[in-house]
Each structure stands twice: as structure tokens, then as C-alpha cells.
Design a protein around this ligand. Structure first.
Ligand SMILES: Cc1ncc(COP(=O)(O)O)c(C=O)c1O
Length: 436
């Protein structure tokens, strides 16, 4: 495959200006330059069409982070954009409520198993935080058991290394448990009797294990342990929603949470999120303070309605599963034939890159090398590997070809005295969002 000679003068100029004006340089940490190989990757994208994006210097790529997940159908996707443009002409936000609030709430309750009532917001963190507040309000307890990533709000961010500016006392309320290890959740309850208000978790790349004794999967067991202890079970579906199935991971894995948080994926890149759940818990939002200027923004609502209509009437979910499976299996088979410890892990609609060194450790130099060799071949990989409805058979073929060539470079580098000498730019930094 041809390795293009790409240059980034416009990107670099923008970045120089951003560093003077914008703390951290970026609005979203996972989109910042240190998550990519500096020197060989553009820093700014300005246009997208289907599964392809163009950087500010005019170079074209097949995209896999897909804006970190929201672009489920594709960039510049006709039916969603047309619905949004029609809505913009009528008005984006008003002095009173808008009918779409009711219509889209009805739509969500018709496709998401746990959704009896709905409230909207803008980011994932808005609604995971609302869910935690509701759990606390309905139980009169304050502590939370958590598993995975849930956004930048204080209650969760206090548990991360980026906890500057957050009262340390909040950390005492948070208790981590591990995916597929039910004893770690049972321990949290045993050590904090009568204190845990809610259990919040996301479903990471791998399947929940099934307990041979009961036939219940991990998510069902978490629900049962939470309920046995009087806690609210919250499923964070920010990533899995509208991706694993139209009803999210809860439908796919047959578990009905008390509350669930949706965001990315529901509006094909327009800003909207939703907390949904059982009426007995959602009713708490009659009194819990959850009110923002743009919660009923009609653009996000119109985009959600059009996106769900596409998922209901076209084989969107089937496509992302099938094309994701093809990408994972062909690239992984080549890596294992070459004896390189490389894997696109996870479920077909939601993957990630795992690259280990000879000591079996995650290796940022080798990961950087893979990102470098693929971006030079026109494939923009990053942390997550998301397939959209617009990724074509030709896209997957080109991506497999480029990935296999990059894996050959990984092999050469791993066998050399110093793999870092193969890098043409600065390696990626530590990924903020932990894999679990
Ligand atoms: C599982 C999960 N929950 C919550 C969030 C927070 O969403 P947002 O960044 O839209 O606030 C994310 C974001 O990546 C996520 O992956």
C-alpha cells in the first residue's frame, strides 16, 4: 500500500495558537495531540463524509475513533442532517417547551427496555451524574460502587489521577469493583453495610461471564447483588447504547437496570444525552435539581429522532457487527500468523487496540508505531475502534491491508535492539481513560 508523504503546516500553526489560548490545548483530552503520534498525525480535522475525514491540510483518512463514538451512521449523513436543517429553520431553542421533548421521550421508551421515563441533557457526564443523584435521593444513602469510566464530574473524577480541584472527601464515598469479579462488589457491600446508594457500571469490550451455577451473566448478578442490598442498579450505556443493539447492552445481555445513561450514538454526533429508567426512580427527578438551558435543545432531539429512525429502518446494527467482526478477525489472524502480540480486542461494534511487548506488557512505543504506520497509509486509528454504518467493504479491505503492513513493521521493531528508533514522531502519552 502506498505510504503518502503528508505534511501538516496548517495543523501546526493552529496548534501553536491554541497553546497560547486554550488550557491543555484541547476541549476533549482524548482528542489532544498526545493521544496520537506527534509529527506524523494531523492535529485538526475539518471535514467528514461517510467514514472518511479530511485534515486542515487536505489529507484524507478512513476514521476509526469516529469522534470517540458518536458518529454511528457516518459523517454528513443525509437523513439526519436534513432533519436538523429543517429544525434549525423552525428554531433551535424556545421560551417554552417543544413537542420533540415528548415525541423523542416516547421513542426512547419504545426501544430501550428499562426506559419508562426520560430526561435529556447534553453530555454523558450530565446523565451519569443525574443517575447517581437519583440513586442517592431515592435511597437516602451517599456511597456509590462503580466500575469503568463515567465522565468528568466531581463525584467520578475524584477517583481518577485528574482530581485536582475536587474536595478529597468525595473520594470516601466511592468504591471501585472489577468487571467479571462479583466478589469485588460483594466485598464493597460487606464493608459498607447500609451505605451504598447505587451501583454504576459500563460494559467494557468483553462479554459478561456467565456463572455456571446459576446461568446468570455478570450484569444480571450485579443487578441481583445491588437489589439484595437495597441499592439502585445503573447501567452506563454512553458507549454501548444504540451500538450493541437498538436497546443497548441491556437488551443484548438481557438485563434491565433501574436507570441507564445514554449519549454517544443516539444522535449521530449532535449533542444530546439522556437518563432513562424505571418510573419509581425517575420520579425523583421531580425534585432532584437537574435543569439546564440546553437540555431541551431541538437540534439534538431532531437528530435523535432521525438517527433512531435510520436504525429502525436500515440494517445499521447488523452492519457494524458484521464489518467490525471482519476487521477484527482478519487483522488479528495476520498478527497471530506473524507471532506479534497485537489485537483489536472487544466486541465488533466497539473495539480497542492492544499491543504488548515481549514481557507481555502494554507497550506505548509499539502502539505509537502502529498508529504511525497506519496513519501514514491513510488510516486514522486512535484509542477506540468504532465502526459506523458508512464504513464500506472497500474501507475495511484498505484498513486490513494497512494494518497488516503496520504489524510487519511492529515485528521488525520488536526484533530490533531499540523499537523506539522506528518512530518518526513523539510517542503517544498514557491513555487517560483506563481499560477494564
Ligand atoms: C462509558 C462512558 N460513560 C460516560 C462518559 C462521559 O461522557 P461525556 O464525555 O459525553 O461526558 C464516557 C465518555 O467517554 C464513557 O465512555
Amino acid at each position: 500500500m502506498k505510504v503518502a508523504d503528508r505534511t501538516f503546516p496548517v495543523s501546526e500553526d493552529l496548534w501553536a495558537r491554541a497553546r497560547r489560548l486554550i488550557p491543555a490545548g484541547t476541549q476533549t483530552l482524548s482528542k489532544g495531540p498526545d493521544q496520537f503520534v506527534r509529527g506524523v498525525t494531523p492535529k485538526y480535522l475539518k471535514r467528514g463524509s461517510g467514514s472518511h475525514v479530511w485534515d486542515v491540510d487536505g489529507n484524507e483518512y478512513i476514521d476509526y475513533p469516529m469522534a470517540l463514538g458518536p458518529i454511528l451512521l457516518g459523517y454528513d449523513y443525509g437523513p439526519v442532517n436534513e432533519a436538523v436543517i429543517r429544525q434549525i429553520k423552525d428554531g433551535t431553542t424556545f421560551t417554552l417547551m417543544h413537542p420533540l421533548e415528548v415525541e423523542v421521550a416516547e421513542l426512547l421508551t419504545s426501544v430501550i427496555p428499562c426506559a419508562e421515563m426520560v430526561r435529556f441533557a447534553k453530555n454523558g457526564a450530565d446523565v451519569t451524574s443525574a443517575a447517581v443523584k437519583v440513586a442517592r435521593a431515592s435511597t437516602g444513602r451517599e456511597h456509590i460502587a462503580y466500575c469503568g469510566y463515567h465522565g468528568c464530574q466531581d463525584w467520578y473524577a475524584v477517583t481518577t489521577p485528574r482530581n485536582k480541584g475536587i474536595p478529597a472527601v468525595l473520594k470516601d464515598l466511592m468504591h471501585q469493583f472489577e468487571y467479571n469479579k462479583i466478589d469485588t462488589l460483594e466485598k464493597v457491600f460487606a464493608e459498607n453495610p447500609g451505605k451504598i446508594a447505587g451501583v454504576i457500571m459500563e460494559v467494557p469490550g468483553s462479554d459478561p461471564e456467565v456463572d455456571p451455577a446459576t446461568g446468570l451473566n455478570f450484569l444480571q448478578r450485579v443487578r441481583d447483588v445491588a437489589h439484595r442490598n437495597g441499592a439502585v442498579f445503573i447501567l452506563d450505556e454512553i458507549v454501548t447504547g444504540f451500538r450493541y443493539s437498538i436497546g443497548g447492552a441491556q437488551k443484548y445481555y438481557d438485563v434491565t437496570p433501574d436507570l441507564a445513561a445514554f449519549g454517544k450514538g443516539m444522535a449521530n454526533g449532535f449533542a444530546i444525552s439522556a437518563i432513562v429508567g424505571k418510573k419509581e426512580f425517575m420520579k425523583e427527578l421531580d425534585e432532584v435539581f437537574f435543569s439546564m438551558t440546553y437540555s431541551g435543545d431541538t437540534v439534538g432531539l431532531a437528530a435523535t429522532k432521525a438517527t433512531i429512525n435510520e436504525i429502525l429502518t436500515k440494517p445499521v446494527i447488523e452492519h457494524i457487527w458484521e464489518f467490525g467482526a471482519r476487521l477484527h478477525s482478519e487483522v488479528n489472524a495476520y498478527a497471530s500468523r506473524l507471532g506479534v502480540d497485537f489485537k483489536i480486542f472487544g466486541k465488533p461494534p466497539r473495539g480497542g487496540l492492544m499491543i504488548k511487548n515481549a514481557r507481555g506488557e502494554d507497550d506505548l512505543i509499539l502502539k505509537s508505531l502502529f498508529l504511525q504506520e497506519t496513519v501514514k497509509r491513510g488510516i486514522l486509528y486512535g484509542g477506540p475502534v468504532f465502526i459506523s454504518f458508512s464504513h464500506s467493504a472497500e474501507d475495511i479491505k484498505k484498513t486490513v491491508e494497512a494494518s497488516c503492513e503496520a504489524i510487519e513493521v511492529l515485528k521488525k521493531a520488536s526484533e530490533s535492539a531499540d523499537p523506539a528508533t522506528f518512530l518518526e514522531g513523539e510517542p503517544v502519552g498514557v491513555v487517560f481513560r483506563q481499560r477494564n
